[in-house]
Design a protein around this ligand. Structure first.
Ligand code: DOR
Ligand code: ZN
Length: 347
């Protein structure tokens, strides 16, 4: 296969940041994608509908001329979120989910949920009105090994949550383990998961063997290759509960190449091309369109896109650097060669 035309994809999990960064992140994501679920972990976080509206307008203003790329907004769940805020968010028409960060789990998550029991009323309301819960699925207990934090979260928190709220729509974000794949596979249709390009292409050896490579550091952290293989199998299976969410998370080069480097891989310099690489290597390019362009929209009850993009088999070298506002960052797989390029088709 030399070319592949697919419905224009959507990204169901990405970070755009704020301020000067928006010009870079929004322009990158709008090249090949139609919509993006914009994570709310700004500082301070986006905790209500009014803040989401202001943020959305800034994002819209940062689009390149003629771009019709659409931001989909999500609220940051805190111990103080009120059930009424969920109803307001739903009525806005532009908020499509609520993000649950266990407090302290990752970048700007300090205002997250300290104990999920505190969110019972909010979760009840979400279940009732069909508002999806987007979960960063890691425990934060310092005594739990960082490589086990997702699995322990599933066992201790997620299983109970699903039992208590059986109809709640849940997206387990950026899954990294065979345990998470198994959990979703054995669940009902209201439970789904996003998978990032870094967790499909790499494992913890890429991060740690032969030297520590901070540009592969993200959270949840890369796991061993058997987990990577389980994720590849899930993404390329055609099971509609697994869909595209890059977790593209820009950090300046200086903040990653540091004695205490930030977590996050930036992938919107080449997101769909990175996924194409995975699907081509697995001989499953015929499954890419469902994963990238259909299943997420179906899960969120949004229409599928009508425009298309074409992927062409032609080797190219990824750039060494990307802009992040007035600074530089090192994007995922910088300087390496990919086999697939993307072209936009006329609508
Ligand atoms: O690696 C990550 N970076 N994981 C997250 O959960 C957050 C993200 C960020 O915002 O930088
Ligand atoms: Zn994220």
């Amino acid at each position: 296969m030399q070319t592949l035309t697919i419905t224009r994809p959507d990204d169901w999990h990405l970070h755009l940041r704020d301020g000067a960064a928006l010009a870079s992140t929004v322009s990158d994501v709008s090249v090949n994608f139609a919509r993006g679920m914009v994570m709310p972990n700004l500082s301070p976080p986006i905790v209500n509908t009014a803040q989401a509206q202001v943020y959305r307008e800034k994002i819209l203003a940062a689009r390149p001329p003629d771009s019709d790329w659409q931001p989909l907004m999500t609220l940051y769940l805190t111990d103080n979120t009120a059930a009424e805020e969920i109803t307001r968010a739903q009525a806005s028409g532009f908020i499509h989910g609520v993000k649950y960060y266990p407090a302290g789990a990752t970048t700007n998550s300090d205002a997250g949920v300290s104990h999920i029991g505190k969110a019972s009323k909010v979760l009840e309301r979400m279940q009732e009105i069909g508002m999806p819960l987007q979960i960063h699925g890691e425990v934060t207990d310092p005594d739990i090994d960082i490589f086990d934090r997702e699995t322990v979260f599933i066992d201790r928190i997620l299983m109970r949550l699903v039992k208590r709220f059986p109809e709640l729509k849940i997206i387990v974000e950026h899954i990294t383990t065979s345990n998470a794949v198994e959990f979703v596979t054995n669940s009902d249709k209201n439970i789904s998961a996003t998978i990032t390009p870094q967790h499909l292409l790499f494992n913890r050896n890429h991060l740690l063997a032969g030297g520590i490579r901070p540009h592969f550091y993200c959270l949840p952290v890369l796991k061993r290759s058997t987990h990577q293989q389980a994720l590849i199998d899930a993404a390329t299976s055609g099971d509609s509960r697994f869909f595209l969410g890059t977790d593209s998370a820009p950090h300046t080069r200086a903040s990653k190449e540091s004695a205490c480097g930030c977590a996050g891989c930036y992938s919107h310099h080449a997101a769909i091309q990175l996924y194409a690489e995975v699907f081509a290597r697995a001989d499953a390019l015929d499954k890419l369109e469902g994963f990238a362009s259909h299943f997420g929209a179906d899960f969120y009850n949004l229409p599928r896109n009508s425009s298309k993009i074409t992927l062409r088999r032609q080797a190219w070298q990824l750039p060494q650097a990307s802009r992040l506002g007035n600074e530089e960052m090192t994007p995922l797989y910088a300087g390496e060669t990919l086999q697939w390029q993307a072209e936009n088709d006329a609508d």
